[in-house]
Design a protein. Structure first.
Length: 95
């Protein structure tokens, strides 16, 4: 499947979601950034952990749609944390 979302569309969607969420992460409710990189006090350029990344509430691999009501913004670090703690439906059933 081809990725139909151009960088311009992605940027516009991110900005709309950011505004709708008042700039706060869906998971931790702390402020996010629209800048994917930042410069440290020592002048190093690094990935911005506060960058607003797209997050599917119901994962696509579980049948979640790429629809606006299933997509929120979350910090890159919160998104990774959620993925790290992820348990498949089979793992949940086995518990």
């Amino acid at each position: 499947m081809k990725n139909w979302m151009t960088p311009e569309i992605q940027k516009a969607r991110r900005e709309r979601k950011f505004k709708a969420q008042a700039g706060l992460c869906h998971w931790c409710k702390k402020p996010m950034s629209l800048e994917p990189i930042h410069t440290t006090e020592k002048g190093r350029v690094k990935d911005n952990e506060l960058y607003a990344t797209f997050e599917h509430l119901v994962r696509r691999r579980e049948g979640g749609a790429a629809m606006p009501n299933n997509v929120v913004l979350a910090h890159a670090r919160c998104n990774r944390k959620r993925e790290k703690e992820y348990k498949s439906p089979q793992q949940q059933a086995a518990e």
